[in-house]
Design a protein around this ligand. Sequence first.
Ligand SMILES: NC(=O)c1ccc[n+]([C@@H]2O[C@H](COP(=O)([O-])OP(=O)(O)OC[C@H]3O[C@@H](n4cnc5c(N)ncnc54)[C@H](OP(=O)(O)O)[C@@H]3O)[C@@H](O)[C@H]2O)c1
Length: 181
Amino acid sequence: MENLFLIVAYVLGTRAIGLNNKLLWTNLTADMRHFVRVTKGSVVIVGRTTNETFTRQLIGRDIIIVTSDPHYWPKNYEVTDPERIHVCTSIEAAIELAQRIADGRNIFIIGGEQIYAEILYTESMKPCVIIATEVEADLDGDKYFPPLPIGEYEEVSATPYEKDEENDYNFIIRTFRRIAA
Ligand SMILES: NC(=O)c1ccc[n+]([C@@H]2O[C@H](COP(=O)([O-])OP(=O)(O)OC[C@H]3O[C@@H](n4cnc5c(N)ncnc54)[C@H](OP(=O)(O)O)[C@@H]3O)[C@@H](O)[C@H]2O)c1
């Protein structure tokens, strides 16, 4: 799907993305800035559990929350821009809605584990670009980013970042593009 992107940060090796419904790191500022910059102005699709890890509404983005509960509404943060919060009861419905409202903007799948796994392995929903931060940390978690489907993505760029006072670990931001079938 041409304007469908996926963005993730996982531990190099274990591919862990979270533990106890939190991210594994608190101080990876350059990666957080990168996330904000690339997703700003877009439509994002997020699982209900990941949405409940946020402490405020992601501003400047439409956010589509995927949950089996059609009456779901975020309670873990103050909704400051209700018109930009949407709820869908399937990933397919979330992508359809995202395509309707995108109006030329990109759509980002932002996790978590369940959503990534369903998206990456369903033919009709595969993202055209995957932006993956590989964090060089000796950490394990309880949620993981699945392996990319074999032979379907090629790496097109890799940018390394050095550990410093704003970033607890070295990391590499890799971009993978879907190989045309
Ligand atoms: N490092 C990263 O880049 C990154 C990014 C995002 C998240 N995370 C981490 O990942 C963890 C959360 O991942 P997770 O797998 O537990 O949760 P998740 O994927 O965020 O959300 C799972 C929930 O989404 C809903 N859902 C999923 N598939 C659905 C479908 N086909 N139809 C309807 N609803 C569906 C269900 O909500 P209901 O139960 O309400 O039905 C399900 O319980 C956290 O630790 C978070 O910090 C890490």
